[in-house]
Design a binder for this molecule. Structure first.
Ligand code: ARG
Length: 229
């Protein structure tokens, strides 16, 4: 190093919403953030040569923080959409996901066609909430934390919840006593990307690091750790 500070390792704040198993969640024992996204962003940072500091907030705030340039980066199971691309930059996709409808096991609802006029929950600012507005006449309730919506569904205050399949599947598997199930097809395929304020210079190094991790097996290791084979 020349001593000018140019070689110093930079630390970037990464915004995330911390209630999205198995992508980002707080370990109750240690208070540390864990999950697929957390492992991935740390691996990317190692590869690209910077440090990351995780900052948690509501999902609305994660997207708002990209639009207002408040944080340099966000990883939060964020779906890459054309609408968001107008205001936010994205990395290449790192996972394929999509939306699924969740109902009680004894429900008559069989698909999204059946929910008009019914009470349906979604996470505030999520693609699930937008989908309900754009494609249904459901009575929509938007929740800052999706777990509240799942609990309201289990207790009968909601008729359905629309959310990302991996998280819905995880919640159903981990909470069999809640008596929930998914119905119908994946409603819309959604690729996840790392988000940046428009024009960020971090997009390119992050994409390069992501490509390297996919080539050298690190991505596969992280995937297996959280999703099995
Ligand atoms: N994929 C959905 C979206 O981008 C939901 C993401 C929710 N993520 C979270 N960490 N709660 O709108």
């Amino acid at each position: 190093g020349s001593g000018s500070g140019e070689d110093e390792v930079k630390t970037y704040t990464v915004a995330t919403e911390p209630n999205f198993h198995p992508f980002e969640f707080m370990d109750p024992e240690t208070g540390e953030m864990k999950g697929f996204d957390m492992d991935l962003i740390h691996a990317i940072a190692d590869e690209a040569g910077f440090n990351v500091e995780i900052e948690t907030m509501e999902f609305d705030g994660v997207l708002g923080g990209m639009r207002s340039n408040k944080y340099p980066m966000a990883i939060s199971g964020i779906s890459i959409t054309d609408e968001r691309k107008k205001e936010i930059d994205f990395s290449d996709k790192y996972l394929d996901s999509g939306l699924i409808l969740v109902v009680r096991e004894d429900s008559d609802i069989q698909s999204i066609e059946d929910i008009d006029g019914l009470k349906v929950g979604a996470q505030a600012g999520s693609t699930g909430e937008l989908y309900l507005h754009d494609h249904t006449d459901a009575e929509i309730s938007a929740f800052p934390e999706i777990v509240t919506a799942y609990m309201d569904l289990a207790s009968g205050r909601l008729d359905a919840v629309l959310y990302d399949l991996p998280n819905a599947q995880y919640y159903i598997n981990e909470n069999p006593d809640q008596g929930l199930k998914t119905v119908g097809e994946l409603l819309q395929g959604e690729p996840y990307g790392i988000a940046f304020p428009k024009g960020s210079e971090l997009v390119e190094p992050v994409n390069e690091a992501l490509a390297t991790l996919k080539e050298n097996g690190t991505y596969d290791e992280i995937y297996k750790k959280w999703f099995g084979e």
